[in-house]
Design a protein around this ligand. Structure first.
Ligand SMILES: Cc1cc2nc3c(=O)[nH]c(=O)nc-3n(C[C@H](O)[C@H](O)[C@H](O)COP(=O)(O)O)c2cc1C
Length: 353
C-alpha cells in the first residue's frame, strides 16, 4: 500500500510533519481547549500542523495575542498554522508579523468562508471569483511571511472544474506551499456531499501538496480519502472533534506509537468509543475551565456537544443535560451521570451543518 509514501516525499512544512491527518479550522471549535483534547490522542512519535479558527487580518493588528479566546494558545503547543481572513496587503503584513511572533510556523489563508459578509467584502470564498486577485493575496502574504503559506479553499463559486484547476495553479505560481481543498461550492455551505473526485483531479494537476477535506467521519474514511484521491494528507473537522482518538486509530494502522498518555489499543467498538467520548469530554471540560470563565467555557462546551452528539446514540439527551448546567461542576456532573450508563457511538451520522 502506498499510503503515507507520497506524503513523506512531499512533506508539508519541510520536515515538521510526518502524519497524514490534521484538524480543520472551525469557528467556535478549533480553540486552545479543543486542540488540547485532540492533541492528547496524537501518536507519541507523530507530528502534524494545528490550525486556529479563522482570524480577521483587519482585527489582529489591533489585538493583543492571547487576549481573545481565538488567539489563546498553550505554551506547549507547536506546529501552529493559524488561519487568516484578508485581502489587503498592510493588514495582512501586520497580522502575519504578529502571528509569527506568537509562534506560527505557517500561515493559512481562508478562501472558503461562504457567509454573506465575506461575499460582500471580497474575502473568504469570494476570492475564488477572481483568480488573479486571489493569487495576488497569496503573493502579498508570502512577501510578509518567513514561513510557508497555504490556502484553504472550496470547489469555487460554481461547479467548474476547469476554472478550479486554473485557480489552484495560480495559487501555486504565487508561492503557496500547499492547498487544502474542501470540495463543495460556496452556496452549499456544509450541505450536500463533498465531491472527493475533485481532490483527485486537482492533485493530478499541481505539484504542491494537496490536503483533502470534507465528510471524513471515521478511520475507514481517512484511508478511503487517501486512496481514492491520492491526496497528501486528510484534514478532518467535525468528526475529529467527536472522536479525537481517530488520530490514535490512524497511527495504529500506520505503525506509529500510542499517544503518550495512553497504552494498549485505540478504542474501536461502539461501546469503547462511547466510553472514550465521555473521557475526552471530561478532559475538554477541564481545559475549558483552565482557560475560560464559565460563560465562555459553557458556550463552547454546548457547541461542542451540539456538533458531535449525532454520533452518540442518545446525544440529544446529553445536550439537554449540559444545556441546563449553571456551573462547571454541573457540567461535569451531567457528564458523569450520562456516561455512568454504557453509551454507544456510531461510525457514521447525518453530518450537522
Ligand atoms: C462550526 C464550523 C466552523 C467552521 N469554521 C471554519 C473556519 O473558520 N475556517 C475554515 O476554513 N473552515 C471552517 N469550517 C469548515 C471546516 O474547516 C471544514 O472544511 C468542513 O467542516 C468540512 O470538513 P468536515 O466534514 O471534516 O467537518 C467550519 C466548519 C464548521 C462545522
Amino acid at each position: 500500500m502506498k499510503l503515507g509514501v507520497d506524503y513523506l516525499e512531499r512533506p508539508l512544512l519541510a520536515g515538521g510533519v510526518n502524519f497524514p491527518v490534521s484538524l480543520a479550522p472551525m469557528v467556535g471549535l478549533t480553540h486552545v481547549a479543543v486542540r488540547a483534547m485532540v492533541r492528547r490522542y496524537m501518536p507519541a512519535d507523530a507530528t502534524t500542523f494545528w490550525p486556529t479558527e479563522m482570524l480577521s487580518s483587519w482585527r489582529l493588528p489591533r489585538e493583543e495575542m492571547g487576549s481573545t479566546p481565538e488567539t489563546l494558545r498553550d505554551e506547549a503547543e507547536s506546529g501552529l498554522v493559524p488561519q487568516i481572513l484578508g485581502n489587503e496587503e498592510e493588514p495582512i503584513r501586520l497580522s502575519v508579523e504578529k502571528l509569527i511572533g506568537w509562534g506560527a510556523v505557517g500561515i493559512d489563508i481562508n478562501m472558503g468562508c461562504p457567509v454573506s459578509k465575506a461575499l460582500k467584502h471580497n474575502y473568504g470564498v469570494a476570492l475564488m471569483g477572481d483568480k488573479n486577485y486571489a493569487a495576488e493575496v497569496v503573493r502579498m502574504t508570502v512577501r510578509s511571511a518567513r514561513v510557508p503559506v497555504s490556502v484553504k479553499l472550496r470547489a469555487g463559486l460554481q461547479n467548474d472544474l476547469e476554472y478550479l484547476i486554473e485557480f489552484v495553479k495560480g495559487l501555486e505560481e504565487a508561492g503557496a506551499s500547499w492547498i487544502t481543498l474542501h470540495p463543495r461550492v460556496g452556496h452549499m455551505k456544509r450541505r450536500g456531499a463533498a465531491d472527493w473526485a475533485q481532490i483527485r483531479q486537482v492533485r493530478e494537476k499541481i505539484k504542491i501538496p494537496v490536503v483533502g477535506n470534507g465528510d471524513v467521519q471515521n478511520l475507514e474514511d481517512v484511508f478511503a480519502m487517501l486512496e481514492q484521491t491520492g491526496c497528501d494528507a486528510v484534514m478532518v473537522g467535525r468528526a475529529l472533534v467527536a472522536r479525537p482518538w481517530l488520530l490514535w486509530q490512524v497511527g495504529e494502522r500506520l505503525g506509529f506509537s500510542p499517544p503518550a498518555q495512553f497504552e494498549g489499543q485505540a478504542p474501536s467498538t461502539a461501546e469503547e468509543e462511547g466510553r472514550e467520548y465521555g473521557r475526552a469530554a471530561l478532559f475538554l471540560l477541564s481545559e475549558l475551565e483552565r482557560h475560560f470563565s464559565f460563560e465562555e467555557g459553557a458556550k463552547r462546551f454546548r457547541f461542542y456537544v451540539r456538533m458531535t452528539m449525532g454520533w452518540l446514540e442518545f446525544g440529544q439527551h446529553l445536550f439537554s443535560l449540559v444545556s441546563r448546567a449553571k456551573s462547571y461542576k454541573d457540567l461535569s456532573e451531567a457528564l458523569l451521570e450520562f456516561f455512568s450508563a454504557e453509551q454507544r457511538m456510531s461510525p457514521r451520522t447525518q453530518l450537522r451543518e
